[in-house]
Design a protein around this ligand. Structure first.
Ligand code: FES
Ligand SMILES: [Fe+2]
Length: 418
C-alpha cells in the first residue's frame, strides 16, 4: 500500500514532475518508422506534451511542438519539404532542431527579417530495428541502447501499438508480476475455451533480482524444476518502462497521466534453411482493444493484460491495495523508482543511462531462448515447440494482425497460409 502522495509521485509524468523528469532521461520508443511511409506526419502526445512527429524528404526525423511558433496553428496539418515541416496557415518552415528557417511574408518584404525567438520545441529522434525512439530529457542525450535482439538477422519483425486507457505505471508493474501468467493467461484462457477447472500449473516459488537494466524475475511452477530456464535465467522487467521476454519487447510509454502507448517489437527467426532472409520494412500496426459492444477483447495475451491494467482504473488507487508475497517484485520496482527520482533531485544521473557509444552497440539481456533466435531451429522443431508451435498458427499477442502482415509472415517462414 502507498500513500496518495507517493502514488502521485509514481504516476504523474508531465514536465517538472519527479517521474516525468526520470522517464525523460531515457530514449522512449514512440512508433514504427514504417508508420510514416503513407503519411510522413503523425500527431503524438507524449508525457502530457502535444507534439508532431515527421520525416522530411531529406529522410530526417523531427519531433516538434504540435503548435506553430507563429500563431499556434496545428503543425500536423502542415506538410514536409526537403528540410523540415511547413505550417499550412502562413507557411513558416521549421527544421528538426526546432529552428525556424522561413517566414515567407517577412522574408519577402522585410529588408532584415529576423527569426529571433521563433524557435520551436524539438526533441531528437533515432531509428533502430524499425522502431523510432525519442529523447525528451536534458541534453546531451545519452546513447540509444541497442539491445541485442535489434542486431539479429534472418528474422520477421513487427511492431504493434495499443492505446491503453490508463496510467503507464500499472502497465509497467505487470512486467514484474509472474503469477498473473497462471491466472490471466492460462486459467482465464482455458475458461474462455469453456473448460471448467483451474488446471494451470501453480507457481511454487518466485525470485526477483535487481540488475543495471531492471529486474529479473524467476519462477518454478508445477512440473518444472530448479534446472529450468524459467528459474536459471528468467525474464526481464526492463528499466524504466519495458518488458523483455527473449524474443519480444514491450514498452509502456506514457501519453499523459491517464493514457499509455503500449508499443511492442516482435522477432521470429525464419526456420533453418530459409536464410538468408532480409526483411525490407518492419510493419507497424495498431491493435484494436474493444469489441462492437465496447467491451475489451480478451482473446490475445496482451489484450488480456490490458483488461487488468485498465481495470485498475485510470490511475490505480494504491492506497487501497493489499500487497502479498507474490508482489515482492512490485515493491522492489517501486522502491527503485523512488530512489532514482531522489537521485535526479540530488543532481545525479539515474541508473541504466549509457554514455559510451561502444557499450551501447549491442547490450545483452538475460534470455531463455537466445539460441532459437541466433542459431535457428528447423520448421519441424517449430511445429513441436510448446510456444512457437502456436506462433506459426496465429499471432497470439495482440488482436487484429492485418492480413498483409500475416501473409508476409507466412511467406517468410515458408509455411502454408493464411
Ligand atoms: S500559425 Fe503557423 S505560419 Fe502562422
Ligand atoms: Fe501478461
Amino acid at each position: 500500500m502507498l500513500t496518495a502522495a507517493r502514488n502521485e509521485m509514481l504516476t504523474r509524468v508531465g514536465p517538472g514532475t519527479p517521474m516525468g523528469e526520470l522517464l525523460r532521461r531515457y530514449w522512449q520508443p514512440i512508433g514504427g518508422a514504417s508508420e510514416l511511409d503513407a503519411n510522413p506526419i503523425k500527431p503524438l502526445r507524449l508525457m502530457g506534451e502535444d507534439l508532431v512527429l515527421y520525416r522530411d524528404h531529406g529522410g530526417r526525423y523531427g519531433l516538434v511542438d504540435r503548435h506553430c511558433p507563429h500563431r499556434r496553428a496545428d503543425l500536423s496539418y502542415g506538410w514536409v519539404e526537403e528540410t523540415g515541416i511547413r505550417c499550412s496557415y502562413h507557411g513558416w518552415l521549421m527544421d528538426e532542431t526546432g529552428r525556424c528557417l522561413e517566414q515567407p511574408y517577412e522574408d519577402t518584404t522585410s529588408p532584415k527579417p529576423s527569426k529571433a525567438g521563433c524557435d520551436i520545441k524539438a526533441y531528437p529522434v533515432k531509428e533502430c530495428a524499425g522502431l523510432l525512439f525519442a529523447y525528451l530529457g536534458p541534453l546531451p542525450a545519452p546513447e540509444l541502447p541497442v539491445w541485442e535482439p535489434f542486431t539479429w538477422g534472418n528474422g520477421f519483425r513487427e511492431i504493434v501499438l495499443a492505446d491503453v486507457p490508463c496510467n503507464w505505471f500499472q502497465c509497467q508493474e505487470n512486467s514484474c508480476d509472474p503469477v498473473h501468467f497462471e491466472w490471466m493467461h492460462d486459467n482465464w484462457g482455458s475458461r474462455q475455451r469453456g473448460e471448467e477447472k483451474n488446471a494451470a500449473p501453480k507457481h511454487l516459488k518466485l525470485k526477483f533480482e535487481a540488475f543495471e537494466h531492471g529486474f529479473i524475475y524467476k519462477r518454478v511452477r508445477e512440473g518444472q524444476s530448479d534446472e529450468d530456464r524459467y528459474w536459471t535465467v528468467g525474464r526481464v522487467a526492463l528499466w524504466p518502462n519495458g518488458f523483455y521476454l527473449g524474443s519480444h519487447f514491450e514498452w509502456r510509454v506514457p501519453v499523459d497521466d491517464e493514457n499509455t502507448l503500449n508499443i511492442a517489437w516482435f522477432f521470429v527467426r525464419v526456420p533453418k534453411g530459409r536464410e538468408p532472409y532480409v526483411q525490407e520494412r518492419v510493419p507497424t500496426w495498431i491493435s484494436p482493444l474493444e469489441d462492437e459492444n465496447g467491451r475489451f477483447i480478451t482473446s490475445h495475451i496482451i489484450n488480456q493484460d490490458i483488461v487488468a491494467w485498465a481495470g485498475q482504473g485510470r490511475i490505480a488507487d494504491r492506497t487501497k491495495e493489499n500487497l502479498r508475497s507474490s508482489d515482492i517484485g512490485i515493491t522492489m520496482m517501486r522502491q527503485r523508482y523512488f530512489e532514482e527520482m531522489e537521485a535526479i533531485a540530488g543532481g545525479k544521473e539515474p541508473a541504466g543511462i549509457i554514455r559510451s557509444a561502444n557499450q551501447a552497440q549491442c547490450i545483452e539481456l538475460p534470455n531463455m531462448t537466445r539460441e532459437i533466435n541466433t542459431d535457428g531451429i528447423t520448421l519441424a522443431e517449430f511445429r513441436t515447440h510448446p510456444l512457437l508451435r502456436l506462433r506459426l498458427e496465429r499471432f497470439p499477442f495482440h488482436y487484429g494482425q492485418p492480413a498483409e502482415v500475416r501473409r508476409a509472415f507466412v511467406a517468410a517462414m515458408g509455411i502454408a497460409g493464411p
